[in-house]
Design a protein around this ligand. Structure first.
Ligand SMILES: *Cc1c(COP(=O)(O)O)cnc(C)c1O
Length: 426
């Protein structure tokens, strides 16, 4: 039969039009309706009393979250970003303290410490799993280091047990930015539960969502309490609760509504099905393309579970024969939605390049003495520039037949790179 003409060169696309994943079903709709009918859309008060911890749906949601992930305490918040900021406050981060973060992540990971005057210090990532490299972390620990933020990037666990040991040895807090990796696992440990605090995102793009939302988990009663205080105007409870350590208790309003918690409860009940459906797509893609030259599907470290928030293939232009961007474009033309590079290394953000975050005086002060040159994290830079092609299984409704089409699309483009190279597309 031979292969048909590439869609980028005027042939027919391989993959039929994909439709967005529909995760909101009857149980979410009924749960929200019950809240609406109750008339009480939020049960929070920012003052002493039982309402300080939120309404009945929020509290039930937190209990179920703690149960599902096997943790002592779950504190809901209105986003993962605010959860990370609250976590920085809860650990007592102070101006000038250093927090070691990976160079590759969503910006919130590196920005969170800045709110308390902390200094993000960037560590490069591991080539195979894209997560923070423990050796790099070790090299960056100084007298001023207070915490490490590990990101379980794309749904694969960072080296959590190694980082836990390192943090314990050096008396540092380990925080997990687990926005992307609910049900990801290293050995018996669920992602998010190894750090002193783990933070999950419930934004629309993640495995399960409430539109916007997040959850912090911890085994520490003290940290849970400080998170609750920061979430909801903790300054108002200092006297009534006779709180001694009032550092960082200038609280915010990071509260989740009862409606969001209702959606979250329904989504959590189905989390296995949501994640398993993405795993199935990702595994089909990996298996169907693993033999291709210059193309490396996601690596899963031994004894780990990847939840495939993103399915990320490493790409070698030299071996495939055409630039990544051209391959990506041809794949899009086949109807396979994909993008390249993920996000630029975090230290290339203007905040770091211009050394100005909060206020006009270069605050946090010690940021102004830092240097964030290119070459700081060579692995991240290389992968971002032309090393990876990404696909988001969470975004699309995909059955086995469509998974096969995605595989077919990759194979078709890979087989015909010569015709693409010759076509001189602009
Ligand atoms: C999505 C995401 C965030 C931010 O989550 P929000 O809930 O949108 O605030 C932070 N870190 C990572 C790694 C993410 O993927």
């Amino acid at each position: 039969m031979g292969s048909s003409k590439l869609a980028a060169l005027g042939g027919n696309p391989t993959v039929p039009t994909l439709h967005p994943y529909r995760s909101i079903g009857v149980s979410e709709i009924e749960a929200v309706n019950r809240v609406l009918e109750s008339q009480c859309l939020s049960g929070f008060y920012g003052s002493p009393g039982p309402e300080f911890l939120g309404g009945p749906v929020v509290r039930a949601f937190e209990e179920q979250w703690a149960d599902r992930f096997g943790v002592q305490f779950a504190v809901s918040v209105n986003s993962n970003t605010s959860g990370l900021i609250a976590a920085m406050g809860a650990i007592g981060l102070s101006p000038g303290d250093e927090v070691i973060v990976p160079s590759w992540s969503m910006s919130a990971t590196a920005v969170a410490p800045l709110f308390y005057g902390g200094i993000p210090v960037f560590a490069d990532i591991e080539e195979e799993t894209f997560c923070i490299d423990p050796l790099e972390v070790e090299q960056r620990i100084t007298e001023k280091t207070r915490a490490i933020i590990a990101v379980n990037l794309f749904g694969h666990p960072a080296q959590l047990s190694r980082l836990r040991r390192l943090a314990d040895e050096k008396n540092l807090f380990l925080i997990e930015d687990n926005a992307q990796a609910p049900l990801g696992r290293e050995g018996q440990n669920l992602c998010g539960t190894v750090g002193d605090i783990g933070v999950y995102s419930l934004n629309y793009h993640k495995h399960i969502h409430t539109g916007e939302g997040g959850v912090c988990v911890t085994a520490s009663e003290e940290l849970a309490w400080r998170l609750q205080l920061i979430r909801n105007h903790g300054e108002n409870l200092v006297e009534s609760e006779e709180i001694q350590d009032i550092s960082n208790l200038v609280g915010m309003n990071l509260r989740l509504t009862e409606m969001s918690a209702a959606v979250g409860t329904a989504q959590l009940a189905d989390i296995d099905a949501h994640v398993e459906s993405r795993e199935r797509i990702a595994k089909a893609l990996s298996e169907g393309t693993s033999d291709l030259k210059g193309w490396t599907p996601p690596v899963v470290r031994q004894e780990c579970r990847h939840n495939y928030y993103c399915w990320v293939a490493r790409y070698s232009e030299e071996e495939v024969g055409i630039p990544l961007k051209l391959f990506s474009r041809a794949l899009s033309a086949e109807g396979f939605p994909n993008f390249t590079g993920y996000l630029p290394p975090l230290y290339t953000l203007p905040i770091f390049q211009r050394r100005q975050a909060i206020g006009r005086h270069g605050f946090p002060f010690s940021l102004s003495e830092r240097d964030y040159p290119s070459g700081l994290a060579p692995v991240t830079e290389r992968l971002h520039d032309d090393g990876v092609l990404l696909f988001e299984p969470c975004a699309w409704e995909i059955d086995d037949e469509l998974s096969n089409k995605l595989v077919e699309a990759v194979r078709k483009v890979h087989e015909q790179v010569e015709s693409l190279a010759a076509a001189d597309l602009v």
